[in-house]
Design a protein around this ligand. Sequence first.
Ligand code: UD1
Length: 421
Amino acid sequence: MLSYVIEGNNKIEGEIKASGSKNAALPIIATAILNPEPVTFYNIPNIEDTRITLKILKLLGCKIEIDSGKITISSKEMTSKTIPKDLMHKLRSTVVLAGAILGRFKEATFSYPGGCNIGKRPIDLHLKAFKDLGAQIEEKGDYIHCRAKKELQGAKIKLDFPSVGATENIILASIYCKGVTHILNAAKEPEIQDLAKCLNKMGARVYGAGTSRITICGVKKLHKTDYKIMTDRIEAGTLLCAAAITNGKIKIENTNPEHLLNVLYKLKEMGCEITITNNSITLKAPKVLKAVNIETTPYPGFPTDLQPIIGAVLTKAQGKSIIKENIFENRFKYALDLKKMGADINFNDEENSIEIIGENFLRGKVVSSADLRGGAALVLAGLYAKGTTIVENAEYILRGYENLEEKLKKLGAKIKIEKVV
Ligand code: UD1
């Protein structure tokens, strides 16, 4: 087991570049399965989630070359259409590989994905959409077999909820469809726009990404291309919050402020001074943070992935803050550990919300990550707390943040990773 060991009460100050986006990288890597021509990607973050995804592609028969920040994938000789169960279980986004395999070969075999335990996370919307496109679905043992008798056929697919993964999966599965596919109530997240941009650069015809209606006109083939993926807005938000909780000042140099408007608005309401340019965000924390209420909603609303992160910051804000989580049903485990560190937090299970009463002075304790973003929230709490904080199960955090330890150290944190046997 790995643990972060943090000596708290140090300001986060300085300038930093955000890494490539985890949530954009995973579906974009899947486009390499659809396209038999070689594709080169830049800015793929070197994190456990992308390493596992690339490992699956290798097992499926793809050739992968990694060379200082650039990854070239050729799926020309890909033979297997089955995603191995053990790797599928390691993360949630492996599910989008199924849409890409189905789109390319008209059949795919996979199992239920794993990932952070933050709620039920079913894949019913994905499977229903595959059926709408003409695939037959059979569940046998641990595996789901998905096969279209002839070609996949464009369809009008209305999502009951604007699921990010289902929207990505439908786009990937529809690229070679006969006819036109319409996704209604599609997710509008920037990562979906990045996926569409990448596919269109290869010759696909995906229109309307970023709106709730996406149209995909089937094409016969894709061509060789290269693509630089967007930077990680959740990582940028995490680093901004690290400065906010430690009374610091930070400039994130290569980020798109548009992607974080709702978060910046809340940080401003808390008293932070925010300055933006086209591609940078600067945050200066006030001496005293103010309490705010937050409700997570699909993009462009407040992102659920930053809910635990802002939760940590709100322990330092004066007054009563209420956070309501609307996307996942089990995303407050981190708050139990914040309580252990001295935060005053009440849970309202019926409303899926918490009430944080501040300002609390946190003390370093031994706490444990239960999931990726919850773990990062505890690291932030450790940066602020007096004394030493040990965040166990750092593996969760390493899944989604590239070089977090080095980045925070560069910004003034006293943090290291230790192996515990
Ligand atoms: C993606 C992100 C994750 C983020 C989430 C919401 C990636 C790799 N992960 O996850 O970081 O927190 O979007 O912004 O991009 N649902 C169903 N049935 C389905 C699919 C989803 O009921 O078939 C429900 C889920 O249980 C959840 C909600 O819809 O309550 C949102 O899930 P979804 O948008 O699909 O999230 P992910 O794609 O898993």
